[in-house]
Design a protein. Structure first.
Length: 165
């Protein structure tokens, strides 16, 4: 699976290196596959600063280091929620870019009642760049959803990096 994502990760790495910029990643329903894909690139330290898998409220609070009720009454697996996470992971890790994914991969009940097969991805970049996307597979196949969510997030990141600032 990671071999499949490596080709896109290589292009992302080339783009970030050419810009002299770095990224931080907050994986959710992707389970670490976005970060793992980027880390398949040799010399990843030149463009990747870190991140983590946000799989609980505690992990979210520790990883993002946000004060108080930054998420308010937001539900996970929404573009608004992912956007807050993308900005927070970027800022907390001192990166130029942040990408965050929040969703429900399936085959178990999501704590917020989110339907299986839903992924929201957000990107926060320098100069106020922000972009969000939603993927819905309408499937309960956990592994297939994780793969689709990761592929879509990487393609979305590559496309966002390719847009003029």
């Amino acid at each position: 699976m990671l071999t499949e994502f490596n080709v896109t990760a290589l292009r992302i790495a080339d783009s970030l290196r050419a810009r002299g910029e770095k990224i931080a990643v907050a994986d959710g329903a992707t389970g670490g596959l976005i970060a793992a894909s980027l880390l398949t690139v040799p010399g990843a330290l030149s463009f990747y600063v870190g991140g983590g898998v946000v799989y609980s409220a505690r992990a979210r609070d520790v990883l993002f280091g946000l004060e108080g009720d930054a998420f308010g009454k937001m539900r996970s697996a929404t573009t608004e929620y992912a956007a807050v996470q993308a900005r927070a992971i970027r800022d907390n890790f001192g990166a130029d870019w942040g990408i965050a994914e929040s969703g429900a991969a399936g085959s178990s009940r999501h704590p917020s009642g989110v339907a299986s097969g839903r992924s929201c991805c957000a990107i926060a970049g320098p100069g106020g760049i922000e972009a969000v996307q939603m993927t819905e597979t309408e499937s309960d196949d956990r592994i297939a959803n994780m793969q689709i969510f990761t592929r879509r997030a990487l393609e979305f990141l590559e496309a966002t990096l390719g847009k003029p600032a």
